[in-house]
Design a protein around this ligand. Structure first.
Ligand code: AMP
Length: 535
């Protein structure tokens, strides 16, 4: 027997309708790269998105067409998220930090029809366009000198010709709404095609008190770029509750701290590098930690030392694990039932792992390929995931990327602790195999960044004639520090197994990062390809 309730398609535009109707005057603030700050609100975002729907129709862009953006974080970009999806199109967020070759490949693979871009990327767009014949129209988000898109004006002029008196293009909840290509995987990039339904379900799980704890009084500053993994779902989740949003075109810690204080930011989201830079800035300037309530950290393991600092400052830390393929949040460090009985150290430990699945996701750990099953407590192996917002098939692929029971192999190595918490120990390809035994690069890195003079650290495997691979640790020192190899090795000695200690430590001024702010192991491996370890 079927239920007798109303049909109400779960579409992302419904989230914006709610925000505009119930929380229309809640602000959306943009800090621009030139230092200026502008404001709109959820009603304004909806009006602009509807105008964009009209403007897209005028360009003969149809439901299902891909509308790409090449832009940093700002309110026009946010309006375009809803404008593209509201026209029934598929919003395709491009990562401007990728190599040009990769961008050309991705745009052609996605068959993008329209490209909206920031003026800062104008020279890049000029080089891309001749190689991307599907892109029929370009629109610059900014007005002024570089607003030489198909209309001679910028985004505001383009939508300014419309009155916004339109309806969203109707459609079913299982239709595609967004396309995001994975970063940093091996082989060609792969497109993950989110549906309206998967994004709305992800949103409903995220806003809960145990997860992001979002409410109308929240003020959200996503330091994660809008082109990275659905912006961690924050635009949809903020609209769902009518939270204020603050966007910044720059990640300068001084600017971010000013925004946190002046705009009353309660929730900040960023990769670990963002927290490192924040603490470094506070130390250098002697400024106090801005009074935020919650730090969402993801994208890479956050060291316990960072979790502890944030918690000592009274900030609730939520570490999330996920990937572009999981929309992206699958597990989260929500507080367990016995949280209040735990010691501070135990609480820090809980927040330093990767948490437990949120409703809508399931995880399991299976034997690594070619390895015997390890079924001891906290058995380590390949991490698999499935759920309502996990990928089934990559865009354009002929076959599903999951097994018969929908398990998707994440490429991460993890163990499940006795309390059910997930502990990511590595990427399959980042593990270092020394004499047939695995060394976790993540644990080595975490041990290294616990040293007060270490800003960032990365461990990679280097060829070794006897052991096959041995770890090289690459370190960025805190400014002014003269920390040496011996001292750091002595520090690491008690923290990791003896045979895990790196064979060499290289101090660099800077470590390469990927487009999403993570340490780029791939670039490091390229750079140290011919490195010879001391004998
Ligand atoms: P991406 O698709 O670019 O978001 O990258 C996803 C990958 O980032 C995952 O497969 C993990 O390797 C890594 N990752 C994400 N979140 C965490 C976390 N909290 N701890 C450790 N690794 C993480």
């Amino acid at each position: 027997m079927l239920g007798a309730m109303q049909e109400w398609d779960l579409r992302v535009t419904g989230l914006l309708d709610h925000a505009a109707r119930e929380h229309g005057s809640r602000e959306v603030v943009t800090q621009w790269a030139d230092g200026s700050r502008t404001r709109t609100d959820w009603s304004g975002i909806r009006r602009d998105a509807l105008k964009m729907v009209q403007a897209l129709r005028r360009l003969d862009i149809y439901p299902g067409d891909r509308v790409a953006t090449l832009a940093m974080n700002h309110a026009r970009h946010l309006a375009a998220w809803f404008g593209a999806t509201g026209a029934g199109c598929v919003l395709h967020t491009l990562n401007p930090r990728l190599f040009e070759e990769q961008l050309v490949w991705i745009i052609n693979h996605a068959d993008d029809r329209v490209l909206l871009y920031d003026a800062a990327f104008h020279p890049l767009v000029e080089r891309l366009l001749p190689r991307c014949p599907s892109v029929a129209r370009t629109i610059c988000f900014d007005s002024g000198a570089f607003a030489s898109g198909s209309f001679g004006g910028g985004f505001d002029d383009w939508i300014g010709r419309e009155d916004g008196e339109a309806l969203w293009t109707p459609g079913a909840e299982r239709e595609a709404c967004m396309l995001c290509y994975t970063s940093g995987t091996t082989g060609d990039p792969k497109g993950v095609l989110y549906s309206h339904r998967s994004n709305v379900l992800h949103t409903l799980a995220m806003v809960a008190p145990s997860c992001l704890d979002l409410a109308p009084r929240s003020c959200v500053l996503p330091v994660v770029p809008m082109f990275h993994a659905n912006n961690w779902g924050l635009p949809w989740a903020s609209a769902a509750v009518g939270a204020k949003m603050v966007w910044s075109q720059t990640n300068d810690p001084q600017v971010l701290c000013d925004l946190m204080r002046e705009e009353g930011v309660s929730h900040v989201a960023g990769v670990p590098t963002v927290w490192f830079a924040l603490f470094e800035h506070l130390e250098r300037t002697g400024a106090a930690m801005p009074p935020i309530r919650q730090a969402l950290s993801g994208g890479a393991a956050v060291p316990a030392s960072v979790v502890e600092r944030l918690m000592r400052a009274g900030v609730r830390v939520v570490q999330a694990w996920g990937m572009t393929e999981t929309s992206p949040i699958a597990t989260m460090t929500y507080e367990p039932a016995d949280w209040d009985e735990m010691s501070f150290e135990e609480q820090v430990a809980v927040k330093s792992f990767q948490g437990r699945p949120v409703y809508g996701s399931e995880v399991r750990v299976v034997a690594l390929e070619g390895e015997a099953a390890d079924d001891g407590p906290a058995a380590s192996g390949a991490l698999q995931v499935r759920g309502a917002w996990t990928v089934r098939r990559y865009f354009g692929a002929e076959e599903d990327c999951t097994d018969g029971e929908q398990w998707f192999d994440t490429g991460d190595v993890a163990s499940l602790l006795p309390d059910g918490s997930l502990r990511i120990t590595d990427r399959t390809k980042d593990l270092i195999k020394s004499g047939g035994e695995w060394i976790s690069s993540v644990e080595l890195e975490n041990a290294a960044v616990a040293h007060p003079d270490v800003m960032e650290a990365a461990a990679i495997g280097i060829f070794h004639p006897k052991w096959d691979e041995r770890p090289l640790l690459v370190v960025v020192r805190r400014e002014g520090s003269e920390l040496g190899e011996r001292e750091l090795l002595a520090f690491l000695a008690g923290k990791v197994a003896r045979w895990w200690l790196p064979d060499a430590i290289e101090f660099l001024a800077d470590i390469p990062h990927t487009g999403s702010g993570k340490i780029s192991k791939k670039d490091l491996r390229d750079r140290f390809r011919d490195y010879r370890l001391p004998v």
